[in-house]
Structure formats: C-alpha cells, structure tokens
Design a protein around this ligand. Structure first.
Ligand code: DGL
Length: 248
C-alpha cells in the first residue's frame, strides 16, 4: 500500500494533488494545508524549516511513506534539511524554467513566484543556467495566495490583483509564463483571459507527478492502498481547502 503525504502553506498544493491523482489514482493521500501559518512566501527560511519538520512529523504519524512538498517556497527553504533528517523520500517543486526556456519564441520568459522562491539559491542557480539563452523577468504574484485562500478566483478585484503582477511581465515581452507557486494555477483561467492568445503558461505539477511515480518505484513503495482516497487536514480553518478540493 502507498500512503503519500502532501503539504503546502495552504490549499495551493491541491493543484499538484490534482496532477498526481491523474497518474496515481489508487493511492491514499494525506493532504495537509498549513494555513494557520500561511503565507510562507515572505517568512524566513528557518521558520519554514520548522514548519516543514512539524508537518512532516504529523504526516509520518499518519503513515505517510513519501512526502510531496507541494510548495515552491517550502521546497526552496526546507527540502534539503528534511531529506537529511528523515528517511522517507521527499519530492519537491521547482519553477519550470527549463521547459520555458526551450519553448519561448520571443526569448523572454516570465516567472511568477513568491519572494522566498525568487531569492532562493536553488532558483538562482537554475536561472543562471539559462541566462545566456533567454531573458528571464520576474514578479511576485502579489496578493495571489490571498485570493486563492479566500476562494476569490474571479471577479473585478481578483482581476485587478492578477493584472498588476502579470501585465509587467507581458509588457517586457514574455510569451511564456512559469507558474512558480502552487497556488497560482487556480488563477489560470483569469490569467488566460488577461494575456493575449499565444502566451503559454507552464505549471510544473504534471512533471512533479511523474517524478513522484518514479520515486515510489525506485524506493519499492508498493502502489495501491486498500483504502484509496484523500484525507484533508488543515492547521487552520478548512473551509477553502474543502471547497477547492471539489474543483480538482
Ligand atoms: N504555495 C506556495 C508556493 O508554491 C507558497 C505560497 C505562500 O505561502 O506564500 O510557493
């Protein structure tokens, strides 16, 4: 049986769970939204490491055999420490700069992510590898996490918030936008309406789901739980988590 723990600072990681369940439909998932401590984006790395330990302990106490860090910010800040301290495998997120750099026609790639992700050495290294080939422009999706956590996925206010971070990337010539935070795919219908046709949005979640399947195989973690399904847990109010889950 495979029991997989998955966590994020909030409900954003459901965008990753959605892709994982497409290819691993018969597993048991324990999803933890750490929304009492959300957002992670502006918090110090040491704080996120502490949260990562606390959430991992909880997921392991519920029988998780592998943990998906369905949060770019927590991956950048904490996954190396968690891998060193625990024996279960961890799968994390990373902004999909590589496919974006390969696919852009304008030669300009836009990255939307949290402040924590954009300043992390992990991201800066990846970005450095493509700096000669393409121009990379970045913006924090200011207010995006709050929109998703309050289930405000559409409407005039949500559109104004999304425009203020997306338009600068488009006006710098980006034709490919990397969604570098797991909350952002829930705003994709809105982003597609704002951006001209032909702009490509890249969500790393499908690649992460494939990677998880490989990791489970490599570690000999048997697939198919006798009780497949999803258990939803939250450190704060779970209203958004439950609502958003109905959309995936
Ligand atoms: N969903 C998260 C990410 O992928 C973080 C959002 C936040 O808590 O700031 O980066």
């Amino acid at each position: 049986m495979a029991r997989i723990g998955i966590f994020d600072s909030g409900s954003g990681g459901l965008s990753v769970l959605r892709e994982i369940r497409k290819i691993l439909p018969d597993e048991r998932f324990i999803y933890y939204s750490d929304n009492a401590h959300c957002p992670y984006g502006e918090k110090p790395a040491s704080y996120i490491v502490e949260r990562g330990r606390a959430v991992t302990d909880l997921l392991l106490s519920k029988g998780a055999q592998a943990v998906v860090v369905a949060c770019n910010t927590a991956t950048a800040a904490a996954i190396a420490t968690l891998r060193a301290e625990y024996s279960v495998p961890f799968v994390g997120m990373e902004p999909a700069v590589k496919p974006a750099a390969t696919g852009t026609r304008s030669g300009v790639v836009g990255v939307l992510a949290t402040a924590g992700t954009l300043k992390a050495p992990k991201y800066l290294n990846t970005k450095g590898q493509y700096a000669d080939a393409v121009r990379i422009v970045e913006r924090v999706g200011q207010g995006f996490v709050e929109l998703v956590e309050s289930m405000e996925l559409d409407g005039a206010h949500a559109e104004a918030v999304v425009r203020s971070s997306l338009l600068p990337l488009l006006s710098e010539g980006a034709d490919t936008i990397v969604l570098g935070c797991t909350h952002y795919p829930f705003l994709l219908p809105l982003m597609r309406r704002i951006a001209p046709a032909g702009v490509n949005f890249i969500d790393p979640a499908p690649a992460v789901a494939r990677h998880l399947a490989d990791v489970l195989r490599e570690h000999g973690i048997a697939l198919s739980d006798p009780a497949p399904g999803v258990e939803l847990l939250a450190s704060g109010d779970d209203t958004t988590l439950k609502k958003l889950f109905t959309l995936i």
